[in-house]
Design a binder for this molecule. Structure first.
Ligand code: SF4
Ligand code: SF4
Length: 349
């Protein structure tokens, strides 16, 4: 059954929720399309990283805040387990055709906002690091999920052990088509590292990096604390991670400590790969449906305002357009909502 709305928002992660709530609060009718059965997207797996009751401003709470706002709004039509199959230009805007588990439907609207989010880089693609083969190699996302499901004691067995965080896994590497910095992985890795260090005073944490991306006002307190917490930073990344010969449950690797000017071999009990962000695997298909461009790395391309696209009436919000943290995605979604609202006002919809 076809329904008319002011805006169709595609994607029900933190950016989609924010943009839908923003426009609904201005009195607009919004259809929020989400392919999963629940809202939240990647942010649902983010754990709380407060240490000793002190918030680390990781942005995890922003999802719950957004959902609570959305719950109070009656002019957002939630279309769950729904995928977009076609987008057509019609008088007054767009007709978005949708597939649901047991129905085909469509929504007409004056504007469309893409908020389809991102995929984590698959750590399996970094073969020499042994993810999926070596039990002592995990990812930041797995650590987040485990802390969320099991609570902050999930890694208490690591006290007295050696933990390595390895940065830039799948990012800043033109050989794999991702020459960009994913922006978020230094911040989430260092918040996780600080959480472990605060809880487990005898854990030995080493962070292997090219350099550290500390952008964002929300990261200042964490960075100040980390510099006091006795973590080791090593300027150099390993090439290959292998099973340790001394203890098969551990791993070992060689690295070139650039600052010390020497090659070092060291064993670790746990290695955490700081995997980056990449465009969603269906980003090309979605761009084609809407007739918009993508940038050199596959994220949706924007005009100079960073929210509108080459197609009038099509906007983008959050990390589908560039790597962004939760807080940055929320801020960008507000910007996209504003651009969309002004567009519809000017158009007289
Ligand atoms: S912002 Fe992050 S660290 Fe702070 S309370 Fe929320 S989830 Fe916990
Ligand atoms: S945020 Fe840090 S770990 Fe992630 S790509 Fe940038 S420099 Fe590397």
């Amino acid at each position: 059954m076809q329904k008319r709305q002011d805006v169709v928002v595609i994607g029900g992660g933190v950016a989609g929720i924010t943009v839908a709530a923003n426009l609904a609060q201005r009195g607009m009718g919004v259809a929020l399309v989400e392919r999963q059965s629940t809202l939240g997207g990647n942010a649902t797996a983010v754990c709380c990283k407060a240490v000793g009751g002190e918030c680390q401003l990781c942005g995890g709470c922003l999802l719950a805040d957004g959902l609570a706002t959305l719950d109070g709004l009656t002019n957002v039509q939630r279309l769950m387990e729904t995928t977009v199959t076609q987008v057509k230009r019609v008088a007054g805007g767009f007709c978005v055709e949708l597939a649901q588990p047991d129905a085909v439907t469509s929504v007409e609207a004056g504007a469309v906002i893409l908020a389809t989010g991102f995929d984590h880089v698959d750590a399996h693609t970094k073969g020499p690091y042994g993810y999926g083969i070596l039990p002592a190699v995990t990812t930041g996302q797995e650590m987040e999920r485990r802390l969320k499901e099991q609570g902050q004691g999930a890694y208490d067995h690591l006290n007295g052990q050696r933990v390595a965080f390895i940065q830039c896994v799948g990012s800043r590497d033109e050989h794999v088509g991702r020459g960009y910095c994913s922006q978020v992985c230094c911040r989430y890795a260092l918040r996780l590292a600080r959480l472990l260090k605060k809880r487990l005073p005898d854990v030995q944490i080493s962070v292997f990096k090219m350099d550290i991306q500390t952008s964002g006002r929300d990261f200042g307190p964490t960075w100040d604390a980390i510099t006091r917490d006795g973590m080791r930073f090593v300027a150099g990344l390993p090439a290959i991670i292998r099973r340790s010969t001394e203890n098969p449950a551990s791993v070992t690797f060689l690295y070139d400590d650039i600052l010390a000017g020497q090659i070092v071999q060291e064993d670790f009990d746990l290695v955490v790969l700081s995997v980056g962000m990449q465009p969603r695997r269906d980003a090309g298909q979605m761009a084609e449906l809407l007739g918009i461009n993508r940038d050199a790395y596959g994220f949706f391309a924007t005009r100079a305002d960073e929210a509108s696209t080459i197609v009038p009436g099509v906007f983008v919000a959050g990390s589908c357009a560039a790597p962004r943290s939760i807080a940055e995605s929320v801020a960008h979604a507000q910007q996209a909502a504003e651009a969309c609202y002004l567009y519809l006002q000017e158009k007289g919809s």
